[in-house]
Design a protein around this ligand. Structure first.
Ligand code: MG
Length: 341
């Protein structure tokens, strides 16, 4: 069992080796971090609070995956702005007897920050009865170029990256008794060992180790054709509604296009529309630049598919509707809401 005092903990964190960059001139070890933005750039800032029992359950989430996910969820917001992450801050509270868990969380966080060359520039620590993590990320974008939710216009196409719904399906598998038992293994509800591959594994990994779409966000921004963007943390229906509300427009989803994202009983329409924590990018695209954007996106090695979902309309502002053979159906405002009574 690891037992360090606060100063030893901070020195241990520093000693783990984190990415460095020109933005963070002075990181951990002073009263403040000292940062140096690139000339002609703006900073985007996001912050996120994760509370044990509300946002994560330690009996279904391996600690290293939790650390990864804290990083991924916040980097995903930077991706949604079409920005590049430049500094990460983490404040953590946890029981004094759970330093082993904290160490594993930091290992998972270090893995994803290393992958995206983002320094850990500071934070704070406290003992507490339950685990709680507060993350802040700074990102950088050329002045005036950050992607916003408010720019969607009637006629724009609606697109989403990757595999929406898989994380929701993964959460359902965990609730049904599936467990990830090692970085490359899982177990079914009967405790039978399974290898780290196959349909269930894909969903578990998508839920536990989401991939923030950072390179994709930069590509979408640089296309000049994206008019609005958001990352899908609460499900397509709810996240697209945010774009509609902020843009003063409506959205019409094409039922046939959504059906193409469903995968048997594994990923349902409810997962695609209302499953949270996918951390995909949902964007609206000006038709004038659409062909070039799609060709550019498809040519990038390692990029996920970009699925067309429907279009932005002038009618029913602030509302998402589904265009089916039987007519237009308003989508219920679904998705996760912390304060829903
Ligand atoms: Mg977001």
């Amino acid at each position: 069992l690891i037992r360090r005092n606060e100063e030893e903990l901070i020195r241990w964190i520093e000693s783990r080796g984190w990415p460095e960059n020109a933005f963070v001139r002075r990181g951990i070890g002073d009263d403040c971090a000292v940062c140096r933005p690139a000339p002609g750039h703006e900073l985007v800032v996001t912050t996120d609070l994760l509370v044990e029992g509300r946002h994560f359950l330690l009996d279904t989430t391996p600690a290293a995956d939790l650390g990864w996910k804290i990083g991924a969820a916040n980097l995903s917001d930077i991706a949604a702005m079409g920005a590049r992450p430049v500094a990460f801050f983490l404040s953590a509270a946890f029981p004094a007897a759970r330093q082993d868990l904290f160490a594993a969380v930091m290992d998972g966080l270090r893995a994803i920050l290393s992958l995206h060359a983002t320094p850990l520039a500071g934070g704070d620590l406290s003992a507490a009865d339950h685990c709680c993590f507060a993350a802040t990320v700074l990102g950088e974008a050329p002045a005036g170029r950050a992607l916003l939710r408010s720019g969607a216009r009637p006629g724009d196409g609606i697109f989403v990256t990757g595999s929406p719904g898989f994380a929701g399906a993964g959460l359902r598998l965990l609730a049904g008794g599936w467990r990830k038992t090692a970085p490359d293994r899982c177990a079914d509800p009967f405790g039978r060992k399974r290898p780290g591959e196959g349909p269930e594994w894909d969903c578990l990994q998508k839920h536990l180790r989401p991939e923030p779409r950072l390179a994709e966000g930069l590509c979408l921004r640089d296309s000049g054709a994206v008019t609005a963007a958001i990352d899908t943390s609460d499900g397509i229906a709810k996240d697209l509604r945010q774009i509609c509300v902020r843009s003063g427009a409506g959205a019409l989803l094409d039922d046939a296009r959504l059906q193409a994202l469903i995968d048997g009983d594994r990923v349902t329409l409810a997962d695609v529309l209302g499953g949270g924590e996918d951390y995909e990018l949902l964007v609206t695209v000006d038709p004038a630049g659409e062909a070039a954007l799609l060709a550019g996106f498809a040519s990038r090695p390692g990029f996920p598919p970009l699925h067309r979902l429907g279009r932005i309309v002038a009618e029913h502002p602030g509302e998402v509707r589904l265009a089916a053979a039987t007519g237009e159906v308003p989508l219920p405002v679904s998705g996760f809401d912390h304060f829903r009574p």
